[in-house]
Design a protein around this ligand. Structure first.
Ligand SMILES: N[C@@H](CCC[C@H](N)C(=O)O)C(=O)O
Length: 258
């Protein structure tokens, strides 16, 4: 069987994209997805994304982590699939699609994609950390000396000891100014640090605002893979009009034969 694929990346968070509008991809094969995402035995990616037909919107997004399991929302993946839809000629400069957490709207300007994220109404504050769901669950914790911090070790420890079987993504943060933060993320389902996490930096921006670490509703997030911005409105009920913005681009295409 031959499966055409496209490789995309958004600030170094990389994805295999498959146009599944004709249903060519068998969806319940965890081993196959994990093998495709394997960096030594496969194409290599943090996740695999299917673009599918939607009855009313431009397309539907189905997201798998690199461990082969279906998961919750992927912000960088949402920005990349919008570029992919443009490359396929499905959309031009705006896109409306459905993902596991609901409706998303994207605006595509050259390499830059701005993605509207789900509203956030609940934030749990603890002494040392913040927990919130921005489409995916995120633990946010401030550390000093982020550059040398052992993200893989500490991230795995927090993910497993605090959040149990369901797990969570774990973001470590260092302030660089009032509205600029450096972020490194341990991703559930990849079970390692990735170069960037879109729902992760969104969680960091909201957590920094909620805890008074920033007074700005437009925050710059520096990740190992590049720079993202998050803007939002704070309402009495929580956060609305949340936009994640940054570069997302095509890398290469090929055919997976199995
Ligand atoms: N890289 C993603 C997050 C993907 C989902 C996450 N690994 C999970 O299972 O919660 C992003 O850019 O948001």
């Amino acid at each position: 069987m031959e499966i055409p694929f496209f490789k995309y990346q958004g600030t170094g968070n990389d994805f295999v994209m498959i146009d599944n509008r004709q249903g060519i991809f068998i969806k319940n094969n965890t081993e196959l997805v994990a093998k495709i995402c394997d960096r030594r035995f496969g194409i290599g990616a943090d996740g695999l994304i299917l673009l599918e037909n939607h009855p009313d919107l431009d397309f539907n997004m189905v997201y798998y982590n690199s461990d082969g399991n279906l998961s919750s929302m992927c912000g960088n993946g949402g920005r990349c699939i919008s570029q992919f839809a443009k490359q396929l000629g499905i959309v031009d400069i705006t896109a409306k699609f459905e993902a596991v957490d609901g409706l998303h709207e994207a605006s595509i300007q050259g390499m830059n994609v701005s993605l509207k994220m789900a509203d956030v109404s609940r934030i749990s504050l603890s002494e040392n950390c913040t927990f919130l769901d921005t489409g995916s669950p995120h633990h946010v914790q401030i550390v000093s000396q982020l550059d040398t911090f052992d993200v893989d070790y500490e991230g795995a420890n927090i993910r497993n000891s605090i959040y149990g079987k369901e797990g969570a993504n774990v973001n470590f943060v260092q302030a660089l100014g009032n509205d600029i933060f450096s972020v490194r993320t341990y991703e559930r389902g990849v079970e390692a640090e990735t170069l960037s996490c879109g729902t992760g930096v969104t969680a960091v921006a909201l957590a920094m605002f909620e805890t008074g670490k920033t007074t700005s509703n437009k925050v710059t997030l520096q990740t190992p893979g590049g720079v993202l911005t998050v803007r939002f409105k704070k309402q009495a009920t929580g956060f609305t009009d949340i936009y994640l913005e940054g570069p997302a681009s095509f890398v290469f295409k090929g055919i997976w034969t199995c």
